[in-house]
Write a protein that binds this ligand. Sequence first.
Ligand code: PXP
Length: 249
Amino acid sequence: MIKLCVNIDHVATIREARKTIEPSPMDAATEACLGGADGITLHIREDRRHVQDEDLFQLRKSIHVPLNLELAATPDMIALALISKPDMAMFVPEGRNEVTTEGGLDVIKEIDRLSQMLLELHEAGIRTSAFVDANNKQIDATLTSGFSVCEIHTGPFAESVIRNDFSLQHPEVQIERDKVQAAVRHALEIGLQCNAGHGLTHHNVSAIASISNISELHIGHSIVSRSVFVGMQSSVREMKNNIKDAMHE
Ligand code: PXP
């Protein structure tokens, strides 16, 4: 069964809109776990626009499923990971003006710097993942740098679904889905664990969950959005059911 890691950043986005104490990312993580989340993911951005360091420390103390920290490849963020000790550090590119992560990490360009950073994290027992586009050369560089996991960027697939009236059968959508599938196959062939995420929704997840041997899906915005209407537990449960159904089709 593919594991579902729930990204709770956008609960903190609502809280930060008022700089108050609710809704609590901690409560969101607890509810997500009750709904069946296999892991909790959060992204501490350099500008701290949503999740704060204190959220990370509280979650580390309290949740009993794996905790994944998304982070930019900077010395400050590595230091934070070494103090907080998430189960997995997930490297993502970060731009100040972006609304959300816009593309995969250019691992090829940063190979030497990333390799150095990974050594410290591995010594501390933290697994490492790189968020990359569906591109074999980037996936190869992920392995060369020392990452044990790669997460394939499903954003282009998700955008093609929106562009094509939400049809999962549209040829353009199928092309984007096949690119993800080919990337997953390549990552597995060279010995990486392969995860996927970004832009996945209750509607489009079936096309990605039907790809064989993906280990984890990392999903945030759609789960938090639906939780506004049905609650976090139900939103997570629906997503898990959609994933399960797609795997058995
Ligand atoms: N994976 C990575 C690497 C991300 O940066 C994000 C967004 O924080 C996600 C998955 C989740 O994306 P979404 O919120 O669109 O589900």
